[in-house]
Design a protein around this ligand. Structure first.
Ligand SMILES: [Cu+2]
Length: 220
């Protein structure tokens, strides 16, 4: 009976630390699988999952940038998405979220087309990995990675394949104040959402700014 109680406690603990899922592109390994105790989403850079798992997933992804779908289990989070080139990536030195995401709500978040950095040159067959990092109020981070191959024949998810449910996304932008001729200060309007359809922009509030500075200070 004691063992059973311990198992139940363990199961509850697993639930309360549900973290997040990466349905697309398919993650290297289902790090939410409670039966596997080798991997932890707390572990940098990829939850402890190596990039060359024999049984690992690898998804064909469009040359100009593809879709990403997250299964978010926390009330809110900051999201960073990074990319590294190679077959077995541990250095994710390109950012796909130059304007950090702030998501609110639990559910599915799907962005149809991530914009690639202009200095990232890929051709058909280039292998890479995508790292998704989520950061909460304590400044600690959760990690998942997905391995991809850039393909000219690959297409972004569309329509029913890429639905957002229960989650709203804001991109955090620097607050820039300009001065008009009479000296009064005016806020710069938010930039356009670019290729990310249906995503609203917000100007970063000082509160969010402070939280971010705090997150960086915590060793991000
Ligand atoms: Cu969690």
């Amino acid at each position: 009976m004691v063992a059973a109680a311990a198992l139940i406690l363990l199961a509850v603990a697993q639930l309360t630390t549900a973290h997040f899922g990466l349905p697309y592109p398919a993650w290297r390994y289902n790090t939410l699988n409670a039966a596997n105790t080798s991997y932890s989403q707390w572990t940098y850079p990829c939850a402890g999952v190596p990039g060359n798992l024999p049984s690992g997933n690898r998804t064909d992804w469009p040359l100009k940038g593809g879709s990403i779908k997250l299964d978010l289990h926390h009330d809110w989070t900051y999201v960073f998405i990074n990319l590294g080139l190679g077959a077995n990536v541990s250095n994710f030195n390109y950012t796909l979220t130059p304007e950090i995401w702030n998501t609110t709500g639990k559910g599915l978040l799907c962005v149809p087309e991530l914009t690639l950095p202009t200095d990232l040159s890929v051709v058909d067959g280039t292998q890479a990995s995508i790292q998704v990092v989520t950061v909460g109020e304590s400044g600690s981070a959760l990690y998942n990675c997905a391995d991809i191959t850039f393909r000219s024949s690959a297409a972004a998810l569309s329509g029913d394949e890429c639905k957002t449910e229960g989650v709203t996304l804001a991109q955090i932008q620097p607050q820039v104040n300009g001065s008009s001729a009479n000296g009064s200060s005016t806020a710069t309007p938010p930039k356009s959402a670019g290729s990310i359809a249906g995503v609203s922009n917000v100007v970063m509030s000082s509160v969010v700014g402070l939280a971010l500075v705090f997150a960086y200070g915590m060793g991000l």
